[in-house]
Design a protein around this ligand. Structure first.
Ligand code: C5P
Length: 411
């Protein structure tokens, strides 16, 4: 970080005090820091504190004409290697997503061509609000990187996601973004992360011409692979038989059966995130007939003995040396959606379960749209209906945030 120039934008939240610590750590590592405080930011911490620690003038007012004449918002951004917004409040993120520029901080953010890292900090309900979810999704598409928020006790007394990431985690994220290996055109919140995704149905042979299968199209799994790749991850997609093109830039391993899918999945480890979106057949024919089964007589019954398939999600989620840090499963249910999905999360040891109603008519199975409920250790989030592509981007964005929180929790 030696000689790197960080432009720090401090929004109006109680977490602003942590940004002072961030400045100290950046300076210790040889970076130079300039700070801009929003009006709200300056209510929580004084510009003087920042100017003492940064050893630079801290900019606070809206358009301070004198500063505009002396330095200008374009120069402030031009003279930075990276812009860090910490704390990034719900309001500041909304302005960024809209492209508003009614003060110095937002004008700099709109005028910059530098990478921007945001460390959100807000009340858990504000973080979960659909408006904030939309803004975060927009900002990610615009290439903004995120670190946090963390889960925990909040200043307002509530508990949940919304605490600003700790300075150590923000520092790691800054180091990652300044690292030239991850600053190419594909840089994103999942740069340097490995994501493993299963997709599609499996085909379980009964004899050489017949098989057991289900109606999964693979659309959701493939959308997840595209989204993970777009966010910068190195993606392996283990896919059952589907009629979909391979997502560009993704390593695709094609399989037929659940056993093959399990083997390919284990071979693709280690991974930071595993998402099991495949509709793996629960059973296979206990004995695959070597020749085509013959119809004995008209109207006669035939019995098919089934054996249980291995559970790929449960296998990946077992505590083991190579367990991905975030294991996500899907639960397609036609009744008691939340109860069944929550029970599945516990039974299989997954970190998160994406629950969706696949009752015929919902269009979830084989369609382009979905409506999901995200079940995490903290509870259930009801997401609005959206396209499978948008859901994929939002889920991966959430996963990227969670990974950076997990990292800071481990430190
Ligand atoms: O089929 P079920 O509802 O149990 O699937 C829930 C989750 O478990 C899905 O994420 C699915 O991909 C995964 N699964 C699996 N291996 C199986 C069955 C299900 O990975 N044999």
């Amino acid at each position: 970080m030696q000689n790197k120039r960080i432009l720090l934008i401090v929004g109006g939240g109680i977490a602003a005090y942590k940004s002072l610590e961030l400045v100290r750590r950046l300076k210790e590592r040889g970076a130079s820091v300039r700070a801009i405080l929003t009006k709200g930011g300056a209510e929580f911490v004084t510009p003087l504190s920042f100017s003492v620690l940064t050893e630079e003038k801290a900019f606070a007012d809206l358009f301070d004409l004198k500063d505009e004449a002396e330095i200008g918002h374009i120069r402030l951004s031009r003279e930075a290697d990276l812009i860090v917004v910490a704390p990034a409040t719900a309001d500041l993120l909304a302005k960024m997503a809209q492209g508003l520029a009614d003060d110095l901080a937002t004008a700099v953010l709109l005028a910059t061509d530098k990478r921007v890292l945001a460390a959100p900090a807000m009340n858990v309900r504000m973080w979960q609000h659909p408006a904030t979810r939309r803004n975060i999704a927009t900002l990610r598409t615009d290439g903004i990187a995120f670190v946090g928020p963390d889960e925990g006790e909040m200043a307002c007394g509530e508990y949940g996601l919304g605490r600003m990431a700790e300075p150590a985690a923000i520092l790691d994220a800054i180091a990652g973004l300044l690292d030239t290996k991850t600053t190419g055109p594909l840089a994103g919140p999942l740069s340097g992360r490995r994501v493993l995704i299963t997709s599609g149905p499996t085909h379980e042979p009964i004899d050489p011409v017949r098989y057991l299968a289900n109606r999964s199209s693979g659309k959701q799994g493939h959308a997840l692979a595209r989204a993970a790749s777009a966010l910068g991850a190195e993606v392996t997609l283990v896919s059952g038989p589907v009629a979909l093109p391979d997502p560009p830039g993704v390593r695709v391993v094609r399989v037929e059966t659940a056993h093959e899918m399990l083997a390919a999945t284990l071979a693709a480890l280690p991974a930071d995130i595993a998402i099991c979106a495949a509709a793996v057949a629960d059973w296979r024919a206990a004995d695959e007939a070597p020749q085509k089964l013959k119809k004995e007589r008209e109207g006669g019954e035939a019995k098919l003995l089934l054996a249980q398939n291995p559970d790929i999600l449960a296998t990946l989620a077992k505590p083991a040396l190579k367990r991905p840090r975030l294991v996500i499963g899907f639960a397609a249910e036609t009744e008691n959606l939340i109860e069944n999905a929550s029970a599945k999360r516990r039974a299989k040891g997954a970190d998160w379960i994406v629950a969706n109603d696949v009752w015929p008519g919902t269009g979830a199975m084989g369609g382009d749209h979905t409506q999901i409920h995200l079940i995490t250790g903290a509870g259930v989030e009801d997401w609005p209906p959206m396209s499978k592509d948008e859901m994929a981007t939002r889920l991966l964005a959430r996963a990227a945030d969670a990974l950076s929180s997990l990292r800071s929790a481990a430190e």
